[in-house]
Design a protein around this ligand. Structure first.
Ligand code: FES
Ligand SMILES: [Fe+2]
Length: 343
């Protein structure tokens, strides 16, 4: 059955963006970054995730912890965005409030005895790891990361763990697109040969199957590469997407993890981290890393063209192919359900 798309207004409205933040992004795990950033006690990584500034650190006892990156006094950021290591405690740069690495408030200069320090600890955020990646969740009621990942760990099992690969680096691509425009695109192979010339050539098109799992929250492209693609990307592999904003590419020769996050009703940031088989040549790794960025840029460019027309108010609603866009349709139903509009 041909299904109508979400209305264009859902891709441009600030009210909808706020509703999605509360009902979707707060209630799901989000990819934060690579686990090696906080390998040793005292190391930290700070960045904004879906609009929430968050710091992840390893405390002195070696426990992984995450906090909202705000001081309980008057909300200054405790740490600048980036990575680093701290001395024994975290000191707010504004008025010197000092916190232990477990989040407890140790010192509030000039507040005397009136302040209940126990009530002013840093506000915790959930943190957990999978395959060398850190994930955070804002809502304390979110189920464990393992149950949230659902079928993904067992589907990923045939391929090497991230520890078998060497970390190459990250790249960020930002653009003028609603996050749903990007996910609508990610979930269909319809555009592949039009938008991604090199990727389409590297695939054995007859060996691409797209399946959804876990009530459509996980969509996996099972792919087989051919020719040059096989030597670069290694035979069979999977591309996966986990609602709402975690996707990745996994195969015998590497792993790429990508965070998709809204930066406003019509803004999107994609951050990718990549690991490769150390047996690959430096040239092949450099080529693959650059190619991965090109693929994101190709997707974002067409999404920006769509977004511009969604904002022009000349286009109200499109249609989805029951053959080629059923996973996009299922994603849009998840959004409708989560924001409170039953499909
Ligand atoms: S805001 Fe941190 S000490 Fe004042
Ligand atoms: Fe694409």
């Amino acid at each position: 059955m041909v299904q109508p798309t979400l209305p264009a207004s859902w891709y441009t409205s600030a009210t909808m963006a706020r509703r999605e933040r509360d009902t979707i992004f707060a209630r799901n795990w989000a990819l934060f970054g690579p686990e090696h950033e906080v390998a040793r006690p005292g190391t930290w990584a700070a960045r904004t995730v879906n609009g929430w500034p968050v710091v992840v650190l390893k405390d002195r006892a070696g426990n992984l912890r995450a906090f909202h990156n705000h001081c309980r006094h008057r909300a200054a950021a405790l740490l600048p965005d980036g990575v680093g290591s701290c001395p024994a405690r975290l000191v707010c740069p504004y008025h010197g409030w000092t916190y232990e690495l477990d989040g407890t408030l140790a010192l509030a200069p000039r507040f005397g005895e009136d302040l209940d320090k126990d009530a002013m600890a840093l506000r915790p955020v959930r943190v957990a790891t999978w395959r060398g990646c850190l994930f955070v969740a804002i809502d304390p009621a979110v189920p464990s990361l393992h149950s949230w990942l659902g079928s993904l760990p067992s589907l990923a099992e045939p391929w090497p763990e991230t520890t078998a690969f060497t970390y190459r680096g990250d790249f960020t691509v930002e653009g003028h697109s609603n996050w749903k425009t990007y996910c609508d695109n990610t979930l269909e192979g319809y555009h592949l040969s039009f938008i991604h010339e090199r990727l389409a050539q590297s695939l054995d098109a007859r060996a691409v199957t797209i399946r959804s799992y876990d009530d459509h929250r996980l969509v996996v492209f099972h792919v087989t590469y051919r020719g040059d693609g096989a030597s670069l990307r290694g035979g069979d592999g999977i591309w996966f997407w986990r609602y709402p904003g975690f996707q990745g590419v996994l195969g015998a020769t590497g792993f790429k993890a990508e965070k998709i996050e809204p930066t406003g009703p019509s803004g999107l940031r994609s951050v990718s981290w990549a690991w490769y088989d150390p047996a690959m040549s430096e040239d092949d790794i450099a080529d693959n890393f650059a190619w991965a960025r090109t693929i994101v840029e190709e997707d974002l460019a067409i999404c920006e063209s769509v977004q511009r027309n969604l904002e022009a108010r000349s286009f109200e609603e499109g249609v989805l192919s029951p053959v080629m866009e059923c996973h996009t349709a299922a994603f849009q139903d998840l959004v409708r359900r989560d924001v409170g509009e039953e499909p």
